[in-house]
Design a protein around this ligand. Structure first.
Ligand code: ZN
Length: 383
């Protein structure tokens, strides 16, 4: 397949008019492409999006621990241009976490089996990881996580869950001020990306965690003390450590546009990863839903618990990218990098996806000039 008449987003983060070619589900040298010709109609051609932090959509949640839920989520995400998914777990009872991890491993296994048997229809985003958002967090900043199941950092439990998931856990969240957190970081820093999250840590504690091996911050600004001039907290420590990357939810609800712009200036676009943090109501209408066992009320773009606490978002990652560009003034090139190459690099899948490069999976999206999705392809298959 040859895709022509498109502006292609390159690894240098610029758009170049040209053509791309796909063979056997991967990008090949455009000069050697053959077969069907797709007229891109002058669209932007960007890599498929990679969401490393979301919980659910279209009525389903990763924590439902059912194969059908993961499949429904994968199909919906692909339909909006998110071609690789790394959904998040919540703070739940240990037995539930075991079920969720085993379900994810089973989903991967059954998908691979269908592919090997030639029974795969090619539809749906690829499950490339799991983001373990709980339970090693602080009760003081639990957000929409259930307090009952919060626990101390536990290396043995993490390793057991990682084994059950078939190695899919790419990120684990911790509150670094908790007992045993620094030891946990030292134990597992070479096995998984450690993220500072749901925390009341001060600057020094967060800086120490980063020095020990943490390298990521979960939904910067949310569920942590604010960035203030005499108490910069986690946000200041993250900014000061060049190897630390930060998640931002650009749904227009979680963070003021001015703060989003300030964060891009402070961190530089290379260190920012946009996430959706969407819950099961994404893609559905207003109403009452659940997240991590708690009731959530959705009205427009706002999802809250009964007490008003924000409970995830209802905007998919493509919607967040559009909001960042069209309503917050983030340059398109920066926003695209923050939803494709940056998250792919962070969870170690950039060798397979995250850019339009020869040899990588042919996951891409065609967007018109108003950033509306015109077509999505996963491994060269139209979604
Ligand atoms: Zn979350």
């Amino acid at each position: 397949m040859i895709i022509e008449n498109v502006k292609i987003f390159g690894e240098d983060k610029t758009f170049t008019e040209g053509r791309a070619a796909v063979e056997d589900g991967r990008f090949v040298d455009p000069a050697q492409g053959a077969g069907e010709i797709v007229d891109g109609g002058g669209c932007f051609m960007i890599p498929g999006l990679v969401d490393i932090h979301f919980h659910g959509c279209v009525g389903d949640d990763f924590c439902d621990a059912s194969l059908q839920a993961v499949e429904n989520m994968a199909k919906y995400e692909a339909s909006v241009g998110v071609t690789s998914i790394c959904p998040a777990t919540m703070t739940l009872a240990e037995e539930d976490l075991h079920k969720i991890m085993k379900n994810a491993a089973e989903y991967r296994r059954s998908t691979d089996e269908k592919k090997a048997a030639g029974q795969w229809d090619g539809k749906g985003a690829k499950l490339v990881g799991i983001n373990m958002e709980g339970p090693f967090i602080s009760e003081k900043k639990k957000g929409a996580q259930a307090a009952d199941h919060i626990r101390k950092c536990d290396t043995a439990l993490f390793r057991k869950l990682q084994e059950e998931s078939g190695g899919l856990i790419k990120l684990v969240d911790i509150a670094p001020e908790n007992d045993g957190a620094m030891e946990f970081i030292r134990d597992v820093k070479d096995e998984v990306v450690i993220s500072i999250a749901h925390t009341v840590a001060d600057y020094d504690t967060a800086a120490k965690a980063l020095e020990e091996g943490a390298s990521h911050v979960t939904h910067l600004y949310n569920a942590m003390p604010p960035f203030s001039h005499r108490a910069p907290g986690v946000i200041g420590a993250a900014r000061d450590d060049e190897k630390c990357h930060a998640e931002l939810i650009c749904d227009g609800i979680h963070i003021h546009p001015s703060v989003v712009r300030a964060t891009f200036a402070m961190f530089g676009a290379d260190r920012i990863i946009l996430i959706s943090d969407s819950m099961r109501a994404a893609g559905l209408t207003d109403g009452q839903y659940t997240l991590g066992g708690q009731d959530v009320f959705v009205k427009g773009s706002l999802a809250t618990l009964a007490d008003g606490t924000i409970a995830g978002s209802v905007t998919d990652l493509m919607g967040c990218m559009k909001t960042a560009v069209l309503k917050m003034g983030i340059p398109l090139e920066d926003a695209v990098a923050c939803v494709t190459m940056n998250p792919a690099k962070e969870i170690g899948v950039y060798d397979r996806c995250g850019s339009i490069s020869v040899g990588k999976d042919a996951d891409f999206v065609l967007l018109d000039e108003n950033l509306n999705v015109k077509a999505v392809y996963v491994n060269g298959v139209k979604q």
